[in-house]
Design a binder for this molecule. Structure first.
Ligand code: 2AM
Ligand code: CA
Ligand code: CA
Ligand code: CA
Length: 256
C-alpha cells in the first residue's frame, strides 16, 4: 500500500466505480432474497458490490483480512494487522423500497485502530471519507467539527425497533430531544451526525454498519460507544450510540 493520501484517492475511485454499477442496476428488476426475516434482505447488488470491493482490496492490500456483511470475505476473528470492514450496500430495505437513502461503506483498521473510513451516499453522490491522520472530506472540502449540542437542542436518529420496544428508555430520551428521526440506513444516519444535522444516533448494529462511521465520527470529536458508555466491540453486534459529547453525557445520565 502507498501512503495514506494516495490510498484515500484509490478508495474514492473504487466507490465511484461502484456507484456507476449501482446506478446501472437502479431501474432493472432486482433479485431479492430474505435473510433472517422479510425486513432483512439481500439483493444481487449487495453481492455484486461486495465481490467487486473485495477484488479491489485484494489487489491493493493482498495480505489483509476482509470482513464483509455478505460473507464473501474472510472469517475474521481478531483485529491484528490490516482488517478491512465493508458494507457493500447499507440500507438494503430502503434500496429495494425507495431506491434512495442507502450507502456503501468501507473501513480500514490496522491493529485495531481506525485508519480510513468511507461512507458514500449513493443517490446524493457524496463520499464522506478520511480518518484521524487526514481529517474528513467530501467533494466540497473538509468537514468542520459539529457543534457540541446537548440532547434537548437537536434531532436524534434511532432504530425503529429499539424505539418501539423502548429499549434503554429510548422513548423518554427521544422526548427529551428536539425530535426523533428514523432513516433506516446506519450509514446515512452517521452522515447526519457527522454533518451536524442530528446530534446523535442509537441503533443495534453489526461491525460493518458502524466501522467506517466510527472512524469519521471520532476524527470529528464525536463520541462512539455502546449505549451503556463502554467501548464498542469491532467483531460483534453492539447497541451503538454516536453523538456529540454533550448529548452523550445527557443520554448516559438518563440511562443510568
Ligand atoms: P443493512 O441494510 O446493510 O442490512 C436499518 O435500520 C439499518 O440497520 C441498516 O443500516 C441495516 O443495514 C442495519 N441492520 C443491522 N442489522 C439488521 C437486521 N437484522 N435487519 C435489518 N437491518 C439491519
Ligand atoms: Ca443486510
Ligand atoms: Ca448495514
Ligand atoms: Ca448491507
Amino acid at each position: 500500500m502507498e501512503n495514506l493520501r494516495q490510498t484515500d484517492q484509490v478508495i474514492r475511485g473504487w466507490l465511484k466505480e461502484i456507484r456507476k454499477d449501482v446506478l446501472g442496476e437502479l431501474h432493472d428488476p432486482l433479485s431479492v432474497a430474505e435473510k433472517s426475516s422479510r425486513k432483512d434482505l439481500v439483493t444481487n447488488v449487495d453481492k455484486a458490490n461486495e465481490k467487486k470491493i473485495i477484488k479491489y482490496i485484494r489487489e491493493l492490500d493482498p495480505e489483509a483480512k476482509i470482513l464483509g456483511e455478505e460473507g464473501q470475505g474472510d472469517r475474521v476473528t481478531d483485529m491484528q494487522g490490516h482488517v478491512w470492514i465493508i458494507d457493500p450496500l447499507d440500507g438494503t430495505l430502503n434500496f429495494v423500497k425507495q431506491r434512495d437513502n442507502f450507502a456503501v461503506m468501507i473501513a480500514l483498521y490496522i491493529d485495531g485502530t481506525g485508519v480510513l473510513g468511507y461512507i458514500m451516499d449513493v443517490m446524493r453522490d457524496i463520499i464522506y471519507g478520511g480518518g484521524p491522520q487526514l481529517g474528513v472530506f467530501n467533494q466540497s472540502g473538509q468537514l468542520p467539527k459539529p457543534a457540541n449540542i446537548s440532547l434537548k437542542d437537536g434531532l436524534l436518529g434511532v432504530s425503529g425497533p429499539m424505539l418501539i420496544h423502548d429499549k434503554y428508555h429510548l422513548q423518554a430520551i427521544d422526548e427529551a430531544s428536539s425530535g426523533v428521526r428514523i432513516i433506516g440506513s446506519a450509514g446515512i444516519e452517521f452522515i447526519q451526525v457527522l454533518t451536524g444535522k442530528q446530534n446523535g444516533y442509537i441503533s443495534h448494529l453489526m461491525p460493518w454498519d458502524f466501522a467506517a462511521g466510527k472512524i469519521l465520527a471520532e476524527t470529528l470529536d464525536l463520541s462512539v460507544t455502546k449505549v451503556d458508555g463502554t467501548p464498542v466491540d469491532m467483531l460483534s453486534s453492539n447497541d451503538v450510540l454516536v453523538s456529540t459529547r454533550d448529548t452523550h453525557k445527557d443520554i448516559l445520565n438518563m440511562i443510568r
